[in-house]
Design a protein around this ligand. Structure first.
Ligand SMILES: [Zn+2]
Length: 293
């Protein structure tokens, strides 16, 4: 039996099988570590210029569910508003947000969350992104920091968020270590990524496993272990303020609904979001606090 070393715990990962991409018609190999339950693509497509193109951000590329240009142009009409509102409420329930608070959205895409938070709270909010969308978003006045600027700002952020970012990376510990260094000791890291645990026995057919882009899949314990190794104190706090909005967005997105409409107010989102959470474990992933230097 062939083995690859798990990039998180060092255990021996086994090959689960392959899945052919939708846009890149090649087999991508999925591996799974039985120790920490990290799953990863061993032959990822790393031509980022080819993946994260204008077509991708328009929802015409690898992920037809994304709609980043509309969110940028019509933020009050996009269902993404629910996610921004939910994340701000979630973070505000965990850490005191003050005028001097410095918040970085790492892998911010179109910067929609950055703009929403800056407009709704008196604080300093920045984004970091490498994809095509960055230039476009910058033209909307969203403050971006490039990699060199981030290097100079290590240890200065009170909050770092990474919304649907960790599943895109080839080396989770490297990225988490980078995020840890950006935070001040005691700073908060809040992220979202799919929870692979309910799908452990059927990862290859999990719809979230889009092999061209979602190349790292985690269970809550996987992330907890990775966070500890990267210098964080993970905390499993579960469902809290803001989660109903975050889940509302995810449900609508997965139904292919991109625009806010009055009929959405008729849905009992409180109980529905709890049911979705029970089934998919959306809030089972931990939050994390940066340890001291
Ligand atoms: Zn492992």
């Amino acid at each position: 039996m062939e083995h690859l070393q798990c990039k998180i715990c060092g255990g021996g990962a086994a090959r689960l099988g392959s899945k052919t991409g939708i846009s890149k018609r090649e087999p991508f190999q999925l591996w799974h570590c039985p120790v920490c339950h990290y799953s990863f693509v061993s032959n990822p497509w790393t031509d980022y210029q080819a993946i994260y193109t204008e077509a991708y951000y328009r929802g015409k590329g690898v992920d037809p569910m994304v709609d980043y240009l509309f969110e940028l142009e019509e933020p009050l009409r996009s269902v993404r508003l629910y996610e921004w509102r939910g994340i701000l409420a979630r973070v505000a329930s965990l850490i005191d947000l003050k005028a001097e608070t410095r918040w970085l959205d790492f892998g911010c895409g179109n910067g929609g969350l950055v703009r929403y938070c800056a407009q709704n709270r008196d604080m300093h909010v920045f984004g970091h992104e490498q994809g095509w969308i960055k230039e476009k978003a910058a033209s909307y006045g969203i403050p971006f920091l490039d990699s060199a600027q981030l290097d100079a700002l290590e240890g200065t952020f009170d909050v770092v968020t990474a919304v649907e970012v960790l599943e895109h990376v080839t080396d989770p510990l490297d990225v988490l270590g980078r995020i840890r260094r950006l935070l001040r000791p005691g700073g908060l890291f809040f992220f979202t990524t799919g929870n692979a645990k309910p799908f452990r026995k059927k990862l290859l057919s999990w719809s979230y496993f889009v092999p061209e882009i979602h190349i790292s899949l985690y269970e809550p314990e996987t992330i907890g272990r990775a966070l500890t190794l990267a210098g964080f104190r993970p905390q499993f706090v579960g469902f809290g303020p803001g989660h109903a909005d975050i889940i509302k967005f995810k449900v609508l997105k997965n139904l292919g609904i991109r625009r806010i409409s009055p009929i959405q107010r008729l849905v009992p989102w409180g109980p529905l979001s709890r049911l979705v959470d029970l089934k998919y474990g959306v809030t089972a992933h931990p939050i994390a606090w940066a340890n001291g230097p």
